[in-house]
Every structure is written in C-alpha cells, then in structure tokens.
Design a protein around this ligand. Structure first.
Ligand code: AMP
Length: 178
C-alpha cells in the first residue's frame, strides 16, 4: 500500500515537472508566442527585423543608385523640414525614437553613402552637417541635452546609404545605447 502511494507521488511529481518544462519551452519559442507578446520579446523580434533590413540595404549600398533621401531632397516625397540651407537638409524622421528625432543630410551625396567612406574632400561638408545638427537642436529647444548618432554599416543597422546624422532629444536618453 505504501509503495503504491510512493509511486503515485512520483508520477505526480514527474507530470508537474514535464508540464512546467513544456510551459517554459512555449514561453521561449517565438513562433508559438501568443499575440500579446511581452514588450521585451517584441523588441527582440523588431531588432532582428532591423538587422535583416540593414543587411539587405548594405548589399545595395555601393550600387550608387538613388535612395529615398534623394526623393526627399527633390521634394518628390514629402517630409517635415526643420532646417535647410544650400548644402544640407534636416527633416523629421518618419519613425521617431525620441520626441525630437531629426535627420540631417548633405544635399549632394558625393560618395558619402556612409561615414566610413569619408575622404579628405568631405571635411567641409562633415563640419557643415555637425553645425547644422547644432542649429536643429537649438531650433527644437533641446540644446541642453541631445544626442547625434551616425549608424555606419550593417552591424550598426544603417538602412539608408546616404550619410545622415540622427539628432535625438526631448527625453532622458539612456547609455549605453543598444
Ligand atoms: P539609418 O537606419 O541610420 O540608416 O536611418 C535611416 C532613417 O531614415 C531611419 O531612422 C528611418 O526611420 C528614416 N526614414 C526612412 N524613410 C524616411 C522618410 N521617408 N522620411 C523620414 N525618415 C525616413
């Protein structure tokens, strides 16, 4: 009788263990996750999408073909312009990562698909872009705290191969960045 009780207890423990491991594996298998994913897991998924898109963009980076920013410069595609002069254009990012998120780009790409392609002839425009970033920060009222980011290449998730500075601010920014 006692041995039957022990066997039943062992079987109960075994079932509990098996079910809990099934639950654990469901929770960590992305394809089986329910629609109301925890935010952390969603951002993991979104990040891997960004990384995949950046790899595709990088594969076409040196084709020399126009990017979406050429269409923004020519006003073929609308954008919200924050600042413009003869050399640079600054407009709001379509997918803002902060209350202020403005992109500053050279109007003439001149081989500057990414910062890593910079050559001595680009020194003036690089300085001009950074000064324009400061003007944007001033205009947006974030001069006391803002960040300037350049994503260079697929490892940094660059998705548009026309050099651009991200000017971010309007909230407490965290460090280190992701
Ligand atoms: P990156 O990933 O550093 O190459 O940044 C490219 C940025 O361009 C991203 O933050 C996009 O949200 C932004 N972007 C792409 N298309 C547009 C658009 N039509 N208008 C404004 N921003 C855009």
């Amino acid at each position: 009788m006692a041995s039957i009780q022990v066997a039943k207890s062992l079987s109960l423990i075994h079932n509990l263990w098996r079910n809990s491991s099934k639950i654990r594996s469901l929770a960590t298998t992305p394809t089986l996750l329910p629609l109301n994913l925890p935010r952390r897991l969603c951002s993991v998924r979104a990040k891997s999408d960004e990384e995949a898109a950046a790899k595709v963009a990088a594969a076409n980076a040196d084709s020399g073909g126009p990017t979406i920013f050429d269409k923004i410069i020519s006003k073929e595609i609308p954008s919200t312009i924050v600042y413009e002069d003869e050399k640079v254009l600054a407009f709001r990012d379509i997918n803002p990562q902060a209350p202020v998120h403005v992109l500053v780009i050279p109007k003439l790409r001149d081989g500057l698909t990414q910062l890593g392609k910079a050559e001595p002839r680009h020194v003036d425009i690089l300085g001009h872009l950074f000064y324009a970033a400061k003007i944007v920060a001033e205009k947006e009222g974030i001069l006391d705290g803002f960040r300037v980011v350049i994503n260079n290449g697929p490892t940094a998730c660059q998705s548009v191969y026309h050099l651009h500075l991200h000017v971010l601010g309007g909230r407490q920014l965290k460090w280190p960045p992701g």
